[in-house]
Design a protein around this ligand. Structure first.
Ligand code: MSP
Length: 527
């Protein structure tokens, strides 16, 4: 079966990760878990970008070799952050690994053999923060007439003059325009698509693909004095990780056949041009199929500007997860920011949503329901009597919400998908308030009605657990256990989105327990 292949950018290891990096990985992970629950065979790749001037300088400043620098940061920070946010990635690629470096060299040999590489002089501005040769229109000219600045980093660019090898990017202008005209869904959201089309219509110019003044990189196979420009090494990770360039008949070659082209490259909007212009041009030059989609999400902002280490505004993910837990971290960023737009993080907003939507909204519903089954029915799920209009409303709403959540998640509209589930949770909470099971419990004559209400709420919680599992796997795993669902229905991750609205799956008699609170109340204030 062809794999559904999702990637994040590979992050620079000049420093430790901040929540901007964790944001993209979280989105990739939520998408991965959702697609798995749709029954897809998903391959989720993330990793790190270890070469280039930025990393080299960070290592120099730290007084160690670049290899020691990256080894330490990858071990102490970049791998652990995956656990911090509960990412279920299948692979983690490092660009210093031989599987990558060898295949990158092979790739550029192919492109050169195909006639798209030549030697020439380069002179122009370079931003080390972006690791990018800037074009005249890219720079910000300060009003006081000072040096031109990189608009992303707010720092002066450096002038570079080198004899380099060039990639004949200009050859691909028309082919890329035609490709995107025929496949408008290949760059999303629409604002990103328009930006890419405008850039392409302006015409592409050839770009340097090697550096002679940089030492930390993959050497050019035909010119050992130069290293491959870091972006033209890094972009290839998406292909090398799944076996591009492996010998025919090997498992890696088979993996490449199944995984390529990638289904979604998730990227921040700052690196859209690399992914939607340079990368597909490279692939065309090598005769490889193009990725199905590049999705550019917005920035996490601090004080209206992109959160970044360069600006000293980065917040470490564990700073948030230590207080709120990984589920709330994942929920908050997917819920509060429309994927594709910028958003700001604030402790106040996060605390408010945690309390209202998770602790009070869902957590309270789960603890009330499980506690009542325990108290009124000795922890054994009662059989439902006939559904009245109140139950039917919930059954119908679930049948409406589940496919809508699926469509939203499939379109990478994570907040839209979550909103659908919230709509259902609100309705279930309202149902409990209106049915007043604590009142029914006082009258033996209403025992059957109480059975129905308890069974209905637990069945609704079953569906909520399944739909929220991709977003909050820890808490929903806990809820699954409290509902006694696993022995009857199997593991939660094996539950299918397409089946979730089928009512009455949680069997009568399962052991329901009131366990620990899914979203404990916050005790001390954040910070
Ligand atoms: N190494 C390159 C990417 C190579 S991909 C072949 C790079 N690395 S980076 O460390 O700067 O990370 C870039 C990615 O991290 C962004 O594209 C985005 O996914 C994420 N983010 C970094 N800062 C961010 C914010 N402030 N907000 C949201 N995402 C951010 O560029």
């Amino acid at each position: 079966m062809a794999a559904y292949y999702v990637t994040t950018p590979i992050y620079y290891v000049n420093d430790a990760p901040h929540i901007g990096h964790a944001y993209t990985t979280t989105a990739g992970d939520v998408l991965t878990r959702w697609r798995r629950q749709r029954g897809d065979d998903v391959l989720f790749l993330t990793g790190v970008d270890e070469h280039g001037t930025k990393v080299q300088r960070a290592a120099e400043a730290g007084g160690v070799s670049p290899q020691e620098w990256v080894d330490r940061l990858v071990r102490d920070s970049w791998r652990p952050v995956l656990e911090t946010i509960d990412a279920a990635n299948d692979d983690f690629i490092r660009t210093t690994e031989p599987r990558h470096t060898e295949r990158v060299q092979r790739f550029w040999e192919v492109v050169r053999d195909n006639g798209y590489v030549y030697e020439a002089d380069y002179e122009g501005p370079y931003c080390v923060g972006c690791e990018e040769f800037k074009l005249p229109g890219d720079l910000q000219l300060p009003e006081d007439g000072g040096e031109p600045l990189c608009p992303v980093h707010g720092r002066p660019v450096e002038m570079v003059k080198e004899k380099n090898w060039f990639f004949q990017l200009s050859e691909f202008t028309d082919a890329l325009i035609a490709h995107y005209e025929a496949n408008p869904q290949a760059v999303e959201p629409a604002s990103a698509y328009n930006e890419v089309m405008a850039f392409l219509r302006g015409g592409l110019v050839d770009i340097s693909m090697s550096r002679s003044s940089v030492a930390w990189g993959i050497s050019l196979p035909w010119d050992e004095r130069q290293v491959i420009y870091v972006w033209f090494d890094a972009l290839l990770n998406y292909a090398t990780a799944v076996g591009y360039g492996a010998s025919q008949g090997t498992p890696d070659a088979e993996l490449f056949a199944q995984a390529w082209p990638a289904d979604v490259h998730l990227v921040g909007k700052d690196i859209l041009r690399f992914h939607a212009v340079y990368w597909p041009a490279m692939l065309l030059a090598a005769g490889l199929p193009l990725p199905r989609k590049v999705f550019a999400h917005g920035w996490l902002l601090v004080g209206g500007e992109k959160m970044s280490k360069t600006r000293l505004t980065g917040i470490a993910p564990e700073h948030i997860t230590d207080h709120f837990g990984s589920d709330a971290f994942r929920y908050y960023f997917m819920r509060a920011i429309q994927f594709g737009q910028d958003g700001s993080f604030s402790w106040e907003d996060m605390s408010a949503r945690y309390t209202a939507e998770l602790a009070n909204g869902l957590g309270n519903l789960a603890s009330r329901a499980t506690a009542m089954v325990q108290r009124y029915r000795d922890g054994s799920l009662p059989a439902s009597g006939p559904a009245t209009e109140a139950e039917q409303t919930l059954i119908d709403l679930l049948a409406e919400v589940a496919p809508r959540a699926d469509a939203a998640m499939g379109a990478l509209d994570f907040s839209g998908g979550i909103a659908e589930v919230r709509r259902f949770i609100d309705a279930v909470n309202l149902y409990v308030t209106e049915q007043e099971p604590w009142v029914l419990a006082k009258d033996e004559a209403l025992a059957e009605r109480l059975d129905t209400v308890l069974a209905t709420v637990c069945e609704a919680l079953r569906a909520i657990a399944v739909l929220y599992n991709p977003v909050m796997p820890k808490a929903m795993g806990q809820l699954w256990e409290q509902l006694g669902a696993e022995p009857a229905l199997g593991p939660i991750a094996g539950q299918r989105v397409g089946e979730v609205a089928r009512w009455g799956q949680l069997p009568t008699g399962v052991a329901v327990t009131k366990g620990a609170a899914l979203f404990p109340r916050l005790e001390e204030p954040a910070e």
